[in-house]
Design a binder for this molecule. Structure first.
Ligand SMILES: Nc1nc2c(ncn2[C@@H]2O[C@H](COP(=O)(O)OP(=O)(O)OP(=O)(O)O)[C@@H](O)[C@H]2O)c(=O)[nH]1
Ligand SMILES: [Zn+2]
Length: 195
């Protein structure tokens, strides 16, 4: 298969000036993007956040999860360092999509945890894949990264895409009374490095 190409434009943000790259012809046909600050040519490992879409958390400041504060903290860290990348993957709801995530939220409102709700709807606990993150890094010639995540399976999945993850940077942000049990389920059932 031919290497995916990108289109790019400047993206000034409240944290500083990024360049936004959108992947054309990603293998899954979706419109994924990367926000980049700083030098793409340096061989120094790049600080990277691979963030899966969460419309409710990222756009509407939902307190049910920690996605919004993690995204903002990642952009801030990149801006402080002057170099880094956000890879924003269009796999809403851990890959089950927005409608199903809302169905899962309704089940959680009735007492299920986030994993039980996915299973009850006939999905796996986490249906995400990370090939596209590999395609984006490859198209921008980045092979070595410091990954901002608490999720050990995300580290393993990226290594499986031949990305050299030289360091994991913890991302403990956004804990609040509404997401307390969500975060403890992430820790207890999904293995996240969270206390
Ligand atoms: N199915 C489902 N998905 C959820 C729920 N809460 C959040 N999500 C999704 O979970 C994903 C969280 O993605 P990330 O923040 O990239 O990853 P993570 O696995 O939590 O790991 P970190 O890198 O440590 O944040 C997003 O796609 C959200 O839409 C939920 O209750 N059910
Ligand atoms: Zn979220």
């Amino acid at each position: 298969m031919s290497k995916p190409t990108t289109v790019a434009a400047k993206l000034p943000t409240k944290w500083g000036d990024f360049t936004i790259y959108a992947l054309e012809k990603a293998s899954d046909g979706k419109e994924h993007v990367a926000l980049v600050m700083g030098d793409l040519d340096s061989r120094e490992p790049m600080l990277v956040r691979v963030h899966s879409e969460c419309l409710t958390g990222d756009a509407f400041s939902s307190l049910r999860c920690d996605c919004g504060p993690q995204l903002e903290a990642a952009m801030q860290k990149i801006a402080e360092l002057g170099r880094g990348m956000i890879i924003y993957l269009r796999q809403e709801g851990r890959g089950i999509g927005l409608i199903n995530k809302i169905k899962a939220y309704a089940l959680q409102d009735e007492g299920m945890d986030t994993v039980e709700a996915n299973l009850n709807l006939g999905f796996e606990a986490d249906q995400r894949t990370f090939e596209v993150a590999g395609e984006i890094l490859d198209s921008l010639n980045i092979s070595s990264i410091k990954l901002m995540t608490n999720n050990p399976r995300k580290v393993a999945a990226l290594k499986a895409e031949n990305i050299d993850v030289v360091e994991r940077v913890p991302m403990k942000y956004g804990r609040n009374p509404h997401n307390e049990s969500y975060l403890s389920t992430k820790h207890g059932k999904l293995g996240h490095f969270l206390d």
